[in-house]
Write a protein that binds this ligand. Structure first.
Ligand SMILES: Cc1cc2nc3c(=O)[nH]c(=O)nc-3n(C[C@H](O)[C@H](O)[C@H](O)COP(=O)(O)OP(=O)(O)OC[C@H]3O[C@@H](n4cnc5c(N)ncnc54)[C@H](O)[C@@H]3O)c2cc1C
Length: 419
């Protein structure tokens, strides 16, 4: 489409902020609408996959992310009580120059927020969008929870996350399927941890602790890590009621070496609960509305791909608008561009999650026996890591290390700087 559109992007999470930049750069008039009065990062740190880093590079936010985040070379996990290695995977299995980036929410928010501010994209905050109503020329007006009709737009982008109230406008009914297991998390000092890998410990599939070094947060130069402890959402009140000692004993029984890392956690209230649900919109668009990020597809974080996928959605939407003659044509093209990638990750995530978080007594044992030996097969190891890196399918499936080289080189420079 050659004429610029007026686009209202609802939600200032990673999906909304990145999409606003992609759409602005494609020449559209973009405004952001956000529920909370002062937009801020919510939640733990996260992994950005190489495909997500390439997306950040396209909107000029990569350097800001690299300035805070921690380059990650691979994943390592052991099982208790056997001590058996469950996985020891490295991005180098795909290409020695490839890395992920672990980053605190505050830092990725800061990087994306700066990208939005540099483009002078207007933001209206304190508006919770719960519906659309038809304005003049059938252009949709976002409607707030307190009944205000905001200015009409040619296109609305729903980036309001997994709790989206606008999903019914996508046409196909969706029932989010909450996972019984969620996680509590806390920001902890990274002291003593290997900085270059996500490390986990398991006891069957019922207990899991993970530590992800995430680099720095804005305003604090001490390296941080995010601690994740898997638990059933229904057991969270009991965790709070029991006080910190029983939790500390279970953690140290699983991973004794991290006593200094958890020393500052004195109260279970310092552990924040995160829940997840599996939701996939069959059609991520409706009449003049596109769904992106968790609003279109939410899942458990086992594959560490949610933010990467969310940013790729925004890029695909901007590209689809550029290549189509009408809005309906562009929305259908957007859905087509993302379909295989999204379905693949949603299915992989649904398939793998029970191996790491479930009550099934056998599944953890089976995982411990099969995962690591299977990665001795170089082809399988490479495929596993390609999947984790977001490169096995989707917009970067055909990417050669050379085409991601700009990203990899800049991360490698950073590693050298740090070293
Ligand atoms: C514990 C945990 C660990 C995770 N780890 C990773 C990881 O390692 N890597 C990874 O890539 N992903 C990870 N994820 C998933 C990732 O957090 C999500 O996929 C990602 O945040 C989705 O971004 P989003 O912008 O679509 O939604 P959100 O981040 O949920 O942002 C939605 C935004 O919309 C606003 N909003 C909500 N409702 C409204 C409304 N009605 N009107 C206006 N504004 C509204 C919200 O305030 C928020 O600003 C993890 C998730 C959890 C819970």
């Amino acid at each position: 489409m050659t004429d610029p559109l007026s686009i209202a992007v609802c939600g200032c999470g990673p999906a909304g902020l990145a999409a606003a930049c992609f759409l602005h750069d494609a020449g559209h008039r973009v405004r952001l609408l956000e529920r909370v009065p002062e937009p801020r990062p919510i939640g733990a740190g996260l992994m950005l996959q190489p495909a997500g880093l390439a997306a950040l590079g396209r909107i000029g936010a990569l350097d800001a992310a690299l300035a805070y985040g921690q380059p990650i070379d691979g994943l390592y996990a052991r099982s208790a009580p056997s001590g058996r290695v469950v996985f020891d995977l490295s991005y180098a299995a795909v290409d020695p120059a490839l890395h992920g980036l672990a980053i605190h929410r505050a830092a990725i928010f800061h990087a994306l927020w700066q990208a939005v501010a540099a483009r002078r994209i207007p933001i209206e905050s304190g508006v919770e969008i719960i519906a659309l109503s038809a304005g003049t020329d059938d252009r949709p007006c976002p409607v707030t929870k307190d009944g205000r009709r905001l200015d009409a737009a040619d296109l609305v982008v729903d980036a309001t996350g997994s709790g989206s109230a606008l999903r019914p406008l996508g046409g196909s009914p969706v029932r989010p399927r909450p996972y019984a297991y969620g996680a509590v998390w806390a920001t902890v000092p990274a002291a003593g941890l290997r900085p270059d890998r996500l490390e986990q410990r398991f006891r069957s599939a019922r207990e899991m602790i993970g530590l992800l070094p995430v680099g720095r947060v804005p305003g604090d130069d001490t390296p941080k890590a995010i601690l994740f402890w898997s638990l059933k959402v229904a057991d969270h009140p009991a965790l709070l009621a029991a006080g910190i000692e029983p939790w500390r004993r279970r953690v140290l029984d699983l991973w004794p070496e991290i006593a200094p890392v958890i020393a500052g956690i004195a109260d279970p209230a310092q552990l924040t609960l995160a829940r997840y649900a599996q939701t996939t919109l069959r059609r991520p668009y409706g009449d003049r509305i596109a769904f992106i990020g968790d609003a279109a597809h939410s899942t458990s974080p086992q594959l560490g791909a949610g933010v990467t996928m969310a940013m790729l959605d925004g890029a695909a939407l901007a590209d689809a608008l550029a290549g189509a003659a009408t809005i309906p044509e562009a929305l259908a093209a957007y859905a087509a561009r993302r379909r295989r990638h999204v379905r693949f990750y949603q299915r992989m995530s649904a398939l793998l999650t029970p191996a790491f978080q479930s009550d099934n007594r056998w599944i953890g044992g089976l995982r411990d026996l099969t995962f690591h030996p299977s990665t001795r097969l170089p082809w399988l190891k490479r495929r596993m890591m390609q999947t984790f890196a977001g490169l096995s399918i989707g917009p970067f499936a055909a990417a050669t290390p050379a085409s991601l080289a700009g990203v990899s080189d800049r991360i490698s420079d950073r590693v050298l700087d740090v070293g």
